[in-house]
Design a protein around this ligand. Structure first.
Ligand SMILES: [Zn+2]
Length: 94
């Protein structure tokens, strides 16, 4: 099921579930696709995805699903609606 992630804690709690996420960056008009265990998706890391901050500052959104296709469908929709660029993370792409 596709779920919007609204806080860092919610993302941390899902870590052991496995799955995939996209991080949408409004200012950069960019979407990044990661596996949930990617270091660049870890909210605890300084370089990681930060759903709480994105939500508070209204500069982005994060979507999660256990199904890769569901997350990519959501990304595809945003690409078509807003013209954002989708980037598959080079570190966790598999
Ligand atoms: Zn990644």
């Amino acid at each position: 099921m596709l779920t919007e992630i609204l806080s860092d804690q919610q993302l941390i709690d899902l870590y052991n579930e496995g799955g995939y996420l996209i991080s949408v960056d409004y200012p950069k008009q960019e979407i990044k696709f990661h596996t949930i265990d990617c270091m660049l998706a870890d909210p605890i890391s300084t370089v990681g995805v930060k759903p709480s901050k994105a939500k508070e500052s209204q500069c982005g959104e994060v979507w999660y699903s256990k199904e890769r296709d569901e997350v990519l469908d959501k990304a595809d929709k945003i690409v078509k609606e807003k013209g954002y660029t989708l980037e598959i993370c080079a570190i966790c792409d598999r």
